[in-house]
Design a protein around this ligand. Structure first.
Ligand code: C2O
Ligand code: CU
Length: 434
């Protein structure tokens, strides 16, 4: 069978790392710091959970599903000790969207071995960029994430955030139920009228999800943990978030109610209410998707760094693969499947203009580890809104995206489709430099 970083045998050595001249240990954050330290322990194990609806699910969990939210402050040295109680397949933690040094990226088979039952591993990184992130296993990740090995990470700015109410809402399909935050049912939270509210919306599923907000206009203040410049008010729009992506929105609580739903479920919802008897607003099911490439005000063209410009193209498709003469479908990059896709080898300081073409019939949410890319254009149309620096972007059937990557974080980084079933079937490659 194909061995990929998503299906790594837990007893093998990290092959790519050991073949490299720079050891992965050299790309780790030292355990000691002068400044503040935020320490956590997470234990992964099998659990039988009872959801709010009464449904029970056999899950793999970091104690709960989602795992505990880790809230830290910009500048903290974050130390997370992962323990594996009884996940026979092994566990790691990947810090999705955190541009940390490579050694703590949590990719089994690349930056570390999977943590076996009874073992542990300490992750360390300095929380440099405020925003909304998530964490998940990167060993058998399609199965592990779907079964519940994920949680959210919030890095608060040193100066605090402007909003008085701050809620995190990951949408996740767990077995036959859909969780919005911790619950598969409607949840109501009391908020005083006039208070400012931030909602952190995350999609931890395999396919795009739409969030709909009713009862207030709002601004999209951040995408993938990067603030948008001069976000303008949105009256009515659906927020389509790629698998793995995050959007933060902000608004002032009206004196009635605000309703948050997703297209993943009609039962999991969040209602914010300013008082007893406040009317529940109606969701507009016809509201169009907000196009982030043309949202907000452009603050001038972001500077393209000096230095060598490398051109690279990734053509995404689905092609037959022949295994012992029996064809089955594979998800390909440039006609090949991982690990047979040549890595993109660059040098530190290079700028890479990456063109991603989707020739298939399914959406591919491309995720780049360790970097945010600046979106230049889609289908030849330049992005005109607030500059978008994303770690996950949806390339829909027929689309062509052009993004710019600054090679400023050496290591071996996986780039892959975050529909994790597609990643397992080959849609994954490495970016590498020392
Ligand atoms: Cu969120 Cu390689 O993963
Ligand atoms: Cu895909």
């Amino acid at each position: 069978s194909l061995t990929t970083p998503h299906q790594h045998p837990s007893n093998a050595r990290p092959a790519l790392a050991s073949a490299d001249a720079v050891s992965v240990e050299e790309l780790r954050t030292p355990p000691d710091a002068d400044g503040p330290v935020a320490s956590f322990d997470l234990t992964a194990g099998t659990e039988r959970l009872t959801l709010a609806s009464g449904a029970s699910v056999d899950a793999w969990a970091f104690g709960s599903v989602p795992g505990p939210e880790l809230r830290v402050t910009e500048g903290d040295l974050v130390k997370v000790t992962l323990h594996n109680a009884d996940i026979a397949e092994g566990v790691t933690i990947h810090w999705h969207g955190v541009d940390l040094p490579n050694g703590d990226d949590g990719v089994a088979g690349v930056t570390q071995n999977a943590v076996r039952p009874g073992d542990s591993f300490q992750y360390r990184f300095v929380a440099e960029d405020p925003g909304t992130y998530w964490y998940h296993t990167h060993q058998h990740s399609a199965e592990g994430v779907k079964r519940g090995l994920y949680g959210t990470l919030v890095v608060l700015p040193k100066s605090g955030i402007a909003e008085q109410v701050d809620l995190t809402l990951p949408v996740h399909t767990l077995g036959r139920r859909v969780l919005l935050g911790e619950t598969d049912e409607g949840r109501t939270v009391r908020v005083e009228a006039g208070q400012s509210v931030r909602l952190r919306l995350l999609n931890t599923d395999q396919v795009p999800r739409r969030f709909r907000i009713a009862g207030t206009d709002f601004r999209v203040v951040a995408a993938d943990a990067r603030d948008l410049t001069a976000p303008t008010p949105v009256e009515s729009a659906a927020l389509r978030i790629p698998a793995g992506g995050r959007l933060d929105i902000a608004f002032t609580m009206p004196d009635t109610g605000v309703l948050v739903t997703t297209d993943a479920s009609s039962s999991a919802s969040l209602t914010l209410t300013a008082g007893e008897g406040a009317a529940t607003p109606q969701v507009d099911p016809d509201a169009p998707d907000l196009d982030l490439l043309h949202y907000g005000r452009h603050a001038g063209t972001p500077a393209v760094p000096d230095g060598p410009l490398i051109e690279s193209t990734m053509v995404l498709d689905r092609l037959p693969r022949f295994l012992s003469g029996i064809p089955r479908e594979a998800y390909t990059v440039n006609g090949r499947v991982f690990p047979h896709i040549p890595s993109l080898d660059v040098r530190e300081g290079d700028t890479v203009r990456l063109t991603v073409v989707n020739r298939g019939w399914e959406t591919h949410p491309m995720h780049i580890h360790g970097h945010h890319v600046l979106v230049l254009s889609r289908n030849g149309v330049a992005a005109t809104g607030s500059p978008l620096r994303l770690d996950t972007f949806d390339v829909q059937p027929g689309e062509v995206w052009e993004v710019l990557l600054s090679a400023d974080n050496p290591g071996i980084w996986m780039d892959h489709c975050h529909n994790l079933d597609h990643a397992v079937e080959g849609m994954m490659m490495a970016l590498r430099y020392e």
